[in-house]
Design a protein around this ligand. Sequence first.
Ligand code: IVH
Length: 647
Amino acid sequence: MLDAPELGDREYDRLYDELVAIEAEHPDWVDPASPTRRVPGAVREGLRPVPHGRPMLSLEKATTEDGVRDFDRRVRELLPAGTAPEYVVEPKIDGVSVELTYRDGRLELASTRGGGEVGEDVTENLRTIRMVPLLIDHPGELVLRGEVYIHTAALAAVNEAKRAAGEPEFANPRNAAAGSLRLLDPRQTAERPLRLAVWEVLEGTARPPTHSAALEWLDRFRIPRQRRLHRCATIDEAWARLAETAEARRDLPYEIDGAVVKVDDYGLRERLGRTARAPRWAVAYKFAAERATTRLLDIRVQVGRTGVLTPVATLEPVRLAGTVVSQASLHNEDLIREKDVRVGDRVVVEKAGDIIPQVVEALHGERAGDPPRWRMPRRCPACGAEAVRLEGEAARRCTNPACPAQRRAAILHFSSRPAMDIDHLGPAVVDQLVEKGWVREPADLYALRAQDVASLERMAERSAQNLIDAVQASRAGRPFDRLIHALGIPHVGATVARTIAGVYRDAPAMLSAAPADVAARLGEEHAIGPKIAEAVRAYLAAPDTRAVLQHLVDAGVSTVPVEAPAAAAGGPLAGRAFCVTGTLALPREQVHALLRRAGAEVHETIKKTTTDLVAGEKVGKSKLERAAKQGVRVLSEAELWALVPKE
Ligand code: IVH
């Protein structure tokens, strides 16, 4: 087994220390591929974007046997009559995909998938994974793709440490892998037990002609690869292997969410080609969501940042899809009534795509007697204020804007990773900060002092300083869209936040515009729907919420304007600036990436310098009028693809 190290950890450490000593004495001997370089330097500002030579596609999905057989039929229809393609079945690990390039034997670049066209440079972080060789005996170029992932047991240990530090835990192994790989400080990545399994060989000098042989060929370079590989002569055999893999799922040390069926022969793959989104030579068979049965011990009510009361099931702990589950969502009071779920029932829980498990049903046949029905409280469980249910809403809301539970949720959202990304601010810490009255709104975080924080329960001096440092690090330099997202304006998620940030430079600029004008601009110029535009207007108009943003500005929080990534110099579209509207065959982000690669600038809206408007389906009239008025060239989707081929 190549996964099995030849050296014990202790021996490795001894040799490693020796190497460090030698390199310290002879700095000019240091090889960039030395294992000591796995412990790299400083925190970076952001990850560098890297365009992929070939886009990283996704996979067609099948969820039934028929779906898998349809795939086989499609494949054979596209190949010359009588061709019997061999297949390979392999597990689909639930991690984060990366591309690795070795040039003349050195690991030169590692990047994430990103939107498929442009990923992020994670070379330094990937180098910290010990099982990845930095130096191999392979001349020329070797380009690989694979999955960075974490073992289920290792994730449990990481989460245990996070819990002890009062930090938010990773919801699943994929988040853990992605979060750890994309850390700006590679030293932190080095502390996470990440692994790599290569699942495709894109380029290689003397690469064998089939996928299965190419993966096996990687063994001579000691490159960690997907090892559970089954070659199948027919689709019947492939189906049997898929079923087997589904069975084996529980026994694997890592989580998989399905298995992939691939055509083995590279020549046949070439003939089959791809669609806009996925290769025609592979299909992902997704397993059904895992379910488990357990007992419902209690129903608690959680208060969200907008005051919504959500019933949450407390469960007898049960193993489900690699983690132990003791809580599950019950959505809302209507659902509990419809499904007739009562405390004490045996219930079925399911982990669908990811993150939060759900109660699917109560097993009424196993219910003893007639336990009372559950009722949603009429008062907020956190502050006692009246909780009302608005006309047409399934949710009941706490009416008290000063409710500590709402504050707590708002602070947690503010500091969350996609928002202001403040580390070390877990629920346990936030609870205490709110309880003590030190933090009522996000701006208060910036006034915290280390000595105060150190006086909190379970808070060591060093952790207190880490927290203060993390807060202060977010004071300047976060992109403006993150701040907007962090405010938690109803209906404003990361995407809408980005659009808003494209209109206003920063918070002072947004605050100095009249709220009604902000809403009008968002609606008219940026195709933001009336419900969202109204939510933004209301947020900026109401003194309470407006003050939250104003106080952040007063506390010295400053952001950087959001700018589109720079265009490639010298491409065929250099000097032109495109705005894309309406629905196109590819997701908007991907179209933008294609345009940038061709050297064009991309504008989110029609600006003075926009030269071309691409009008997809359902394009808004106002955009076309504006283009006509400004003399901007209007292109159809077909005309666009003639300029930038999508294949
Ligand atoms: S092959 C052109 N093989 O699944 C795409 N993908 O849904 C070829 N994945 O982004 C992908 N294990 O991150 C392939 N053995 C495997 C895989 C695998 C996990 C992931 C990968 C990809 C996603 C597609």
